[in-house]
Design a protein around this ligand. Sequence first.
Ligand code: NAD
Ligand code: TYD
Length: 351
Amino acid sequence: MILVTGGAGFIGSNFVLDWVASTGEAVLNLDKLTYAGNLETLESLAGDARHTFVQGDIVDRALLDGLLAAHRPRAIVHFAAESHVDRSIHGPGEFVRTNIEGTFTLLEAARGYWSGLDGAARDGFRFLHVSTDEVYGTLGAKDAAFTEDHPYAPNSPYSASKAASDHLVRAWHHTYGLPVVTTNCSNNYGPYQFPEKLIPLMIVNALAGKGLPVYGDGMQVRDWLYVTDHCAAIRAVLEGGRLGETYNIGGWNEMPNINIVHAICRALNDLRPDAAGDYERLVTYVTDRPGHDRRYAIDASKIERELGWRPSETFETGLRKTIEWYLSNPQWVGNVQSGAYREWVAKHYTS
Ligand code: NAD
Ligand code: TYD
């Protein structure tokens, strides 16, 4: 079995669902269930012996030691983090605690556990650290996309805390020999994303007839990847990634924010026309985010060359699937917005 941290969040829960469906291997899912963790997403695995959920904090060393000793995973896939840039600007403390101290604690627990393994179990063990392209900082319009050798230059409390965690993971490999691999991925989108991030926020606000807040001039560029493509990339790196290496993951799909907002409006005009008129009427330019990075772009040729991974969704197919998912799941969105999803644990996971 594998240990997944943060497996009730957006990417982690998609990964757990994808992992169980595609490999059949059991998952021990450790998640603190902050505002971003939602077990309702994993409803289809309730009662399935291949999924064990533990509510807990990655900063809790005793909990980690106990779980590793009891479940003896062959790998750790580390998603747990505070992940939203805007929240990191308002309250950076939790980002330092979870992303840096939490990763440090997990590395130490993993090192203790791995040191006690023998033979094939020791050789086969992996610690996969899930990180972001934001650690590289911002690009000019004509700069080449980020390769794995690009210097780190994080600009937000979020990206600085992720950069720090990447450095710890690297050091635990070089100093202690811990068998780590790190992935740095671009912006994800897809089902089950908390509606504070750009794409789900725009869909949910449009359907509610609320303004679509575009920061600054809306010309900031991100590279967008459909979440299940990210999950497949992580599986590929876990199985074939070289120890101590980092792999950039991206969708070969750079786009200015405003184009995304227009694309969402067009799709909604088609799929859920509004009697009040074109959704474009809701677009509202608002004050820019402080320190807002202008452009991210990922060169994902290393992972393709070494591991044969390429994204399978185009932005058109991925965005369509995402919008259709949000249109079909108003209850999930409603529970997330009202906070009712927090009652899910008590109702469905009392053991
Ligand atoms: P998310 O915010 O949706 O989920 C994070 C999960 O971690 C939540 O379930 C939360 O409850 C859990 N968590 C938070 N603090 C914890 C703690 N102290 N102990 C245990 N669990 C804790 O985030 P996401 O978008 O799914 O991102 C997952 C990972 O992928 C993060 O490490 C993030 O940096 C990285 N990443 C995200 C993106 C993106 O576009 N969302 C892109 C690249 C990399
Ligand atoms: P976000 O989804 O928060 O991801 P990140 O900051 O990690 O890239 O934001 C994506 C882009 O969209 C980013 O340039 C900020 C912008 N944005 C808006 O213009 N309006 C919004 O309401 C949000 C949430 C983001």
